[in-house]
Design a protein. Structure first.
Length: 103
């Protein structure tokens, strides 16, 4: 997923705050309609400490669904959003994603 974003000159979206999350949600749902959508946030290699995949800095904004993150079966390390909340999913899953391209 991130390789595809890199081809566009960007990276998987780094959500920094509530206004950005709201904008990303509405843009993604207008474009594709259904989630989940992968972000550039992960805790891979640092269980429970979420950071941006692109620059390794701590994630600034996380709005979890109820009972999330749960790291189901010890395999969920990538943050997605679905129905206006975040969830952890396996990074190996295929799915939609949102790229952020600096201007």
């Amino acid at each position: 997923m991130n390789d595809r974003c890199k081809k566009l000159g960007g990276y998987l979206v780094q959500i920094d705050d509530k206004p950005e999350f709201t904008e990303v949600i509405y843009t993604a749902y207008d474009a594709k309609g259904i989630g989940p959508f992968f972000t550039g946030i992960t805790d891979e290699g640092s269980e429970g400490r979420y950071y941006y995949y692109n620059d390794k800095k701590p994630a600034k904004y996380l709005k979890w669904r109820w009972f999330q993150p749960d790291n189901w079966k010890g395999r969920e390390h990538c943050v997605t959003f679905w129905r206006y909340r975040m969830n952890d999913l396996s990074c190996a899953k295929r799915g939609r994603y949102v790229c952020e391209v600096p201007v």
